[in-house]
Design a protein around this ligand. Structure first.
Ligand code: ATP
Ligand code: LTN
Length: 337
């Protein structure tokens, strides 16, 4: 009987996104669009990683507004609070608590090798704080509290997932089987959407040049115009080849929103120039995002619904995560109150 129950356990999924701006097309294609689709098959938990966003200085009123917007964006992108656990990270104090404990099991050397730390430290040289450095320990805590099987993220988070797996191995090696070993779930295409202005750099919502990214709430006209201005190369053929970073990126985006293969795209645009292709990518993206824009506007008009869903999510998340935290505290020898 116990064996049967074990077999029936739905696999658990967990992921998070920072409230550092309106989600970009990169966030959507690389991560969030998968989250709604996974709800039927898996037991899912998604959260707004507001504590993580404190590693870069935020304006308080703006952070508060963006956090609720990010929560609404998750729902607008198809996450259903009736099916999945959705919450705001700082509403569940267990994350910060386990993060401290795990930081004591996080080697300094491994933290120093994190490329996100090196990139952000270079970008914000005037504010290289301890949180930016220990960011992966908080991310490991977010994950391990919920004992997930898979963590769906974009390619840029692979290293943080590896770090989490190393923490599990280290911790379980000392204390026994406390944490389930999570696996990164990274899509084969679209896991790294590039900047429209510098196609060798990842598209990022905190880029200072708004032409470099598409947000999922951009007006259709703005979307079309940003694609028209996208940096490509001096050739004319729409094809996926090494060195054609700009075109490769547009092809990945087009493929993600239409479901077409690269071969089909190459075939359809044979003999046509980049101008036609860019216009087509722009209108396909604008159309794909239309229902999200509409749903978001609807959700933001009902603030009390959003606040109520945040509260329900936080209560459930606190209950689930408390089990793991208690287990950890017992194992490491903290005196329970
Ligand atoms: P910031 O600019 O503030 O660092 P970000 O745009 O990198 O933010 P995050 O909140 O850090 O976004 O990431 C949320 C999710 O989106 C993560 O799973 C991340 O891997 C994924 N993601 C971010 N940027 C891209 C991208 N350009 N292509 C594909 N996936 C991405
Ligand atoms: N570090 C991630 C956001 C994040 C996350 C997590 C993702 C914080 N905690 C736990 C997956 C699981 C980022 O910057 N994209």
């Amino acid at each position: 009987m116990e064996e049967e129950l074990k077999k029936e356990r739905k696999k658990v999924i967990l992921s998070g996104i920072q409230p550092t701006g309106i989600f970009t097309l990169g966030n959507y294609i690389g991560a969030v669009r998968h989250w709604g689709l996974m709800q039927e098959e898996y037991q899912c938990a998604y959260f707004v990683a507001d504590l993580h966003s404190l590693t870069v200085r935020q304006e308080p009123a703006e952070l508060r507004r963006r956090t609720l917007e990010a929560f609404a964006l998750l729902l607008a992108c198809g996450v259903d609070p009736e099916k999945s656990l959705v919450f705001v990270q700082s509403h569940v104090c267990n994350h910060a608590e386990l993060s401290w404990i795990l930081s004591c099991y996080s080697p300094f050397g491994a933290l120093s090798r994190m490329t996100q730390f090196k990139d952000k430290a270079a970008k914000h040289a005037d504010n290289v704080n301890a949180g930016l450095f220990t960011y992966p320990a908080l991310m490991a805590a977010d994950i391990l509290l919920y004992q997930p099987d898979y963590v769906p993220v974009g390619e840029d988070q692979r290293q943080h997932l590896e770090f989490t797996r190393d923490v599990v191995e280290h911790f379980n090696g000392i204390y026994g089987n406390v944490f389930r070993m999570p696996e990164a779930y990274i899509a084969k295409t679209g896991a790294r959407i590039m900047s429209l202005q510098e196609p060798t750099k990842k598209m990022s919502k905190s880029d200072t040049n708004p032409n470099a990214f598409i947000t999922i709430l951009d007006d259709p006209k703005v979307i079309v115009s940003k694609f028209r201005r996208a940096v490509t190369d001096s050739e004319t053929e729409v094809c996926f080849r090494e060195g054609k970073d700009g075109i490769n990126n547009l092809m990945s985006i087009y493929s993600a929103v239409t479901g077409m293969s690269f071969e089909q795209i190459e075939h359809d645009f044979e003999g046509k120039g980049y101008g036609d292709f860019k216009a087509e990518v722009g209108s396909a993206v604008a159309e794909k995002l239309r229902p999200i824009r509409e749903k978001f506007a609807e959700l933001m008009a009902d603030r009390s619904y959003l606040e109520q869903q945040c509260k329900i999510g936080a209560e459930k998340a606190a209950e689930i995560s408390a089990r793991t935290l208690l287990k950890v505290k017992k194992k490491i020898g903290l005196l329970l109150p």
